[in-house]
Write a protein that binds this ligand. Structure first.
Ligand code: ADP
Length: 475
């Protein structure tokens, strides 16, 4: 396996799920094992102490009853002492009132004197039992009390080994280890298959994206989890939007090609007809050449509009914002358009309700308003008028461009901002439109975070209302 494959596996959700399941599966049994073994050890030692103590107490009675301290030859007592030491694999010593050991089942210290802390305390009547876990034994000292006088006449010292308990504990530990290992393996297997199953929908998601990319599918449908369902539906939405954008781009390119080809075709026809004729009169030459000139102007206009549109489609970061006197800006636009208006005998009026200064991109806003006023002039009737009104409140300024023109049919209203859309193609062509003017105007206004609305009645006129914030909002 390569380094990357290992890194990928360690980073994967599958690996993390396996770890989680293993932890959940193994940790409780691990804790249980440790806890059980230690409590078993404690319980076994305390049980052993209780057993030995009760046996030893019976023995102390026998010792006192048979006067063993005076005469250690009592068969009954000796055999009982030996029996007890054999059963518990222990050592028993009987100590008389002078601290002399009169009986030692190991026969090592008989006749010697013993003065340990426990023995002294037992002479005072205490029963002592203590566990020495390091050396593996339990030691008890029990006073030998005269029945009548209640005097302590000696001490019985019993020490028993805990080796068998330790052995049992070790055996238990070994067998729980085996069980734990087996259950660990089983948990691992279950963890791997569970993790694989849980991660499968995500893997399927990846595969479906590839299939969509390759064109075998056009939708992602993975409903295994709420989350995958949500991601699928969001992906489908995004994909749908991308498809629409792609289609509109294709349509745009085909429209552009068509629009650019039309003047070229006209020029070709004009040139061919001149070239195909012998002795063409000079007038015809002049007429055709002037037509060719018009077509070149048209081509130039389309290209210029397209360039403006491309500039408008860029992000808002391309805006060149400055504080602009809007009254002066409108006056300038109208001044530039007045000659065209006069040519068509259209009255052009500007009405400003208040002085307005706003943060805008002067060039782009000029382009937008110019297009609106130009349309008002172009799509008007002779002796008609175009009124431009400027107003403002504390937040926005409003420009209204109203004309007495031909109006826009209702079913065309929703399309007029589309690129290359024209209500009446032949008429529009005659007037010299490209179908890009309103698209440019709208984009420019949207870049300023403004809004544009149109109201129109066929045969009566059209109103474009533009609203733009006085201060530019960055985000
Ligand atoms: P064009 O270059 O053809 O003027 P626009 O995008 O500016 O393109 O306008 C799109 C179409 O909307 C025009 O062709 C015209 O049919 C219609 N239109 C725009 N403004 C007006 C108006 N003020 N009055 C009537 N029709 C209009």
């Amino acid at each position: 396996m390569s380094k990357k494959a290992i890194r990928d596996f360690l980073k994967s959700l599958k690996f993390r799920l396996i770890l989680l399941f293993l932890l959940i599966g193994i940790l409780p049994s691990f804790v249980l094992r440790i806890g059980m073994l230690s409590s078993y050890g404690k319980k076994a030692v305390s049980n052993r102490s209780v057993d030995v103590l009760s046996q030893a107490k019976i023995l102390t009675n026998q010792i006192v009853f048979n006067n063993y301290l005076e005469d250690a030859s009592s068969e009954i007592v000796n055999s009982q002492i030996n029996q007890l030491s054999n059963i518990y694999d222990g050592r028993i010593m009987v100590i008389d009132g002078n601290f002399h050991i009169i009986k030692d089942t190991y026969a090592l210290d008989e006749g010697k004197t013993i003065v340990s802390e426990e023995v002294i305390r037992s002479f005072r009547g205490e029963e002592i039992s203590k566990h020495d876990s390091e050396n593996g034994y339990i030691e008890m000292t029990i006073p030998l009390i005269e029945a009548e006088s209640k005097e302590t006449v000696g001490v019985l010292l019993v020490s028993v080994s805990t080796d068998s308990i330790v052995l049992n504990q070790e055996y238990l530990e070994n067998s729980t280890w085996v069980i734990e290992l087996a259950s660990g393996m089983l948990t691992l297997l279950i963890a791997i298959s569970l993790a694989r199953m849980l991660v499968r929908p995500l893997r399927r998601m990846g595969n479906e994206i590839v299939e969509i990319q390759d064109g075998y599918k056009d939708k992602m449908e993975i409903a295994s989890y709420t989350e995958t369902e949500t991601i699928s539906s969001r992906f489908n939405q995004l994909f749908g939007r991308m498809k629409v954008i792609d289609e509109s781009r294709e349509e745009f390119v085909s429209n552009v090609s068509h629009e650019l080809k039309t003047p070229l075709t006209s020029m070709k026809v004009l040139a061919d007809s001149l070239n195909g004729q012998e002795d063409v009169p000079l007038e015809l030459y002049k007429e055709f050449m002037s037509d060719i000139g018009n077509e070149i102007d048209r081509e130039t206009k389309i290209i210029n509009d397209l360039l403006s549109l491309v500039k408008m489609s860029r992000s808002a970061a391309d805006l060149n914002i400055s504080s602009v006197n809007i009254n002066e800006l409108l006056e300038l636009i109208l001044k530039r358009l007045r000659p065209i208006a006069e040519m068509q005998r259209i009255e052009l009026v500007l009405e400003s309700f208040r002085p307005v200064s706003a943060e805008v991109d002067e060039v782009k806003l000029t382009l937008a308003i110019t297009n609106l006023v130009e349309n008002g002039i172009k799509y008007n009737k002779p002796e008609g008028w175009v009124h431009v009104t400027l107003n403002a409140d504390h937040q926005y300024f409003y420009v209204k461009v109203e004309d007495s023109g031909i109006g826009i049919p209702e079913d065309s209203l929703e399309h007029i901002y589309e690129r290359f859309y024209r209500v009446d193609k032949s008429h529009s062509r005659e007037i010299g439109g490209t179908g890009l003017g309103l698209a440019i105007a709208r984009n420019s206004i949207l870049m300023h975070r403004g809004a544009i609305k149109v109201f129109s009645t066929e045969g009566e006129g059209t109103i474009f209302n533009v609203r733009i914030p006085l201060t530019y909002i960055t985000s």
